[in-house]
Design a binder for this molecule. Structure first.
Ligand code: URA
Length: 436
């Protein structure tokens, strides 16, 4: 890679690279390496990168270009190394959905089955919650760890969930912030390279991707979600990470809660051997995939939920990061109940509307850096397929600021459909499995 500091001369002009992609030409390896590096160094201006990102969104990239772009993003920062551990590493990444708290029970569960889970997570933006926001509702829990602290928590407890440091794929941090404000998030080459550069740099040896589809996912079309999953699996395999993917349903929220402390509470129920059936099923399926991809022959995840070993690992993992696993979780100051206006079968619950409502209650943020409310969110008292009687409580909305209720209720119009002789029309939990 040419370095401006060394030569003083840049090997390409950004405008030529933009024009090449605008005209549907392939970018060479050298052009890609330079573009990602030069943007990270501040040589390519935001307005030029915006134009290039839009050209990529409109005209795409072939698999060589995506793979090279991903590598250039990995090379923009550090690559973590877990070879000091005595157990194989396995991680999971979800593309995000409403009520998706699976990482919380999954990481200690896989640890209880013999794996080491080095999970670098993010904060939420928009209608889907972030894993770190959820865990931060536990009194004392700390998201920021040094690399040495991460290794120690992993060694001692088998799982660590923490914030990605500034050194991990810094090119992605800059590019993602720009994509967010230039309507260029929804491009498969850019999403795949963004997610996989961070996961490969994280240094896991096995990776399971949970690619969500349906109204509450950012890839609502199952065919597009499958394409994204295949692209990411190939990028992982090319980088030597044993990668596989499940495309899973996000037309209906996962579980019965959406919101930070509410989701922690539900995750603890799962670790205690209870919890909603869909959360338990997906947690166990993903754990089995991670264990298998990492080549671990340990305890079956269903057994580790039953015998309390997953819960032991959870408590150790939370304590190791300063949290009190037995502390009372925050509860919002105000509640508002929504009841059924008719009897019948619930045939639909729209994940996007529930997610936006929880966000409006204060569970999510609109801008990077905004504070979220730990107790805000939505409890669902029924799900599609359940028989509902007029007057039954369907949802409880939670917030610390009652002024938020009006807009949170407004978006819920049409979110739940109840029909006398209705037929439930929803996606199966697991839509596709991709192993490369
Ligand atoms: N999550 C990421 O990390 N990157 C994307 O581009 C989209 C979702």
């Amino acid at each position: 890679m040419t370095n401006k500091a060394n030569s003083g001369i840049e090997p390409f002009a950004a405008v030529e690279i933009i024009a090449a992609k605008r005209d549907r030409n392939e970018l060479s390896d050298k052009q890609i390496d330079w573009t990602v590096d030069a943007y990270t160094r501040g040589v390519i201006a935001d307005e030029q990168m915006s134009a290039l990102l839009m050209a990529i969104l409109l005209n795409g990239m072939n698999s060589r270009e995506i793979s090279r772009w991903t590598n250039a993003m990995i090379n923009s920062g550090e690559r973590m190394n877990w070879s000091a551990l005595d157990r194989p590493t396995a991680d999971k990444h979800s593309t995000g959905g409403v009520g998706d708290k699976i990482t919380l029970p999954l990481a200690p569960l896989v640890a209880a089955c013999g794996g080491a889970v080095p999970q670098l997570s993010g904060r939420g933006l928009g209608h889907t919650g972030g894993t770190l926001d959820k865990l931060e509702s536990i009194p004392g829990w700390r998201a920021s760890l040094s690399n040495d602290e991460m290794l120690k928590v992993l060694q001692d407890t088998g799982a660590v969930i923490c914030a990605a440091g500034a050194g991990l794929a810094p090119a992605d941090k800059k590019l993602y912030a720009l994509r967010d404000v230039t309507a260029t998030v929804e491009a498969i080459p850019l999403i795949a390279s963004s997610i996989m550069s961070k996961k490969i740099a994280e240094g896991t040896s096995a990776l399971v991707l949970d690619v969500k589809t349906g109204s509450g996912a950012f890839m609502s079309d199952p065919a597009k979600a499958g394409e994204l999953a295949r692209t990411m699996v190939q990028l992982g395999l090319d980088a030597g990470v044993n990668t596989r993917a499940l495309v899973t349903a996000m037309d209906v929220p996962l579980g019965l809660t959406a919101g930070n402390a509410l989701e922690v509470r539900e995750s603890i129920e799962v670790l205690a051997g209870g919890g909603p059936a869909d959360v338990v099923e997906l947690t166990i399926l993903l754990a089995r995939e991670m264990i298998d991809a990492a080549g671990i022959e340990g305890k079956d995840p269903a057994e580790a939920l039953k015998d309390g070993s997953a819960m032991d690992h959870w408590k150790r993992m939370i304590s190791a990061q300063g949290g009190d696993p037995d502390a009372k979780l925050p509860v919002a100051q105000e509640q508002h109940v929504i009841t059924a206006t008719e009897s019948g079968i619930m045939t639909k619950m729209d994940a996007m509307k529930i997610g936006v409502s929880a966000w409006r209650l204060g569970a999510g943020r609109s801008k990077q850096g905004e504070k979220v409310q730990a107790g805000a969110g939505i409890e669902m008292h029924a799900k599609p397929g359940d028989y509902i009687k007029k007057g039954d409580v369907l949802l409880t909305l939670h917030t610390d600021e009652p002024a938020r209720f009006d807009r949170a209720v407004e978006i819920l119009s049409g979110a739940i459909v109840i029909e006398e002789n209705g037929k439930v029309d929803r996606l199966p939990l697991i839509i596709e499995r991709i192993t490369g």
